[in-house]
Design a protein around this ligand. Structure first.
Ligand code: CP
Length: 305
């Protein structure tokens, strides 16, 4: 039995197969409409979510399966002190596969160690968010046609943004990539990420000004400043509007640059960017459903000819 805790749990070949399956699902949805008849997905969300939880539910329903779960720790027995280990033992009796989000780093790993069913990490604290990464990869691959030979700018809260950490890890296995990390000093990408890039001889830069780097980018990955992970409100208020991408700034970017954002956004992308054809963050949310459908099939070992 396999779990998905980290995007690197899948080899590059397996990742490419997953993305190819997701594209097939996108183009042939009827073929997959009943392949999970009788199967159940449990969504165990100890932390708020709109996209991840609902896109997992949409994914399972689109495969013919059903869903059960909770959307906050307060509405589960976690509020009475039940551990993740005990909860997943119970859930193993109720469902065939589980997607779990939790504010503590490593919680999905703990769940996987006590589970009788595949566990998908739907975000663990500031650590990893592998299914968002696969959605990001599918978006880039579908719209650029490849995942190699790209200059990727990541902008905003690179310290606490788990989607950034997962995405850089996953992309670092493709060829001829260059990363530009754009953040205030306080929200720099963690050292373990830059150390990994240096070990692999992957070029990267760390800069503060977005405008200077926009002309060089194939992909701009914007992120929200993660209010919930700040230790004090004062720092959050000082940094929250550090970057605001506007239609005017988009004039500096190449005509084929893609703007991605895992969402939710707060102020970091002005709504006047939404109609720009390069703004693909809502399409990215649609790709997330296809990739989560592909992941459910892969972890349940269901093959469709
Ligand atoms: N991208 C993402 O994880 O969104 P939610 O927090 O709404 O699930």
């Amino acid at each position: 039995m396999r779990h998905l805790l980290n995007p690197l749990d899948f080899s590059v070949e397996e990742t490419n197969e997953l993305l190819t399956l997701a594209s097939d699902i996108e183009h042939n949805p009827k073929k997959y409409a009943h392949v999970c008849d009788g199967k159940k997905l449990a969504t165990l969300f100890y932390e708020p979510s709109t996209r991840t939880r609902l896109s997992f539910e949409s994914a399972m329903l689109s495969l013919g399966g059903s869903v059960l779960g909770f959307s906050s720790a307060n509405s589960s027995s976690a509020s009475k002190g039940e551990s993740v280990a005990d909860t997943i033992r119970m859930i193993s009796c109720y469902a065939d596969i589980a997607a779990m989000r939790h504010p503590k780093e490593g919680s999905a790993l703990v769940a996987s160690m006590h589970s009788q069913i595949p566990v998908i990490n739907a975000g663990d604290g500031g650590h990893q968010h592998p299914t968002q990464t696969y959605a990001d990869l599918l978006t880039i691959r579908s719209l650029k046609g490849h995942l190699n030979n790209l200059t990727i700018g990541l902008c905003g809260d690179l310290k606490f943004g788990r989607t950034v950490h997962s995405l850089v890890n996953a992309l670092s296995r493709y060829d001829n990539l260059r990363f530009i990390f754009i953040s205030p000093t306080e929200l720099r990408v963690p050292d373990y990420i830059t150390e990994m890039l240096r070990e692999k001889n992957i070029p990267y830069e760390e800069v503060i000004r977005l405008e200077d780097k926009l002309p060089e980018l194939d992909v701009l990955y914007m992120t929200r400043v993660q209010k919930e992970r700040f230790f004090n409100e004062e720092d959050y208020v000082r940094l929250k509007d550090f970057y605001i991408l506007t239609a005017k700034k988009m004039n500096l970017a190449p005509p084929d640059m893609l703007v991605l954002h895992p969402l939710p956004r707060v102020n970091e992308i002005s709504v006047d960017v939404d109609d720009d054809p390069r703004a693909v963050y809502f399409k990215q949310a649609q790709y997330a459903v296809y990739v989560r459908m592909a992941l459910i099939l892969t972890l349940l070992n269901i093959h469709v000819d």
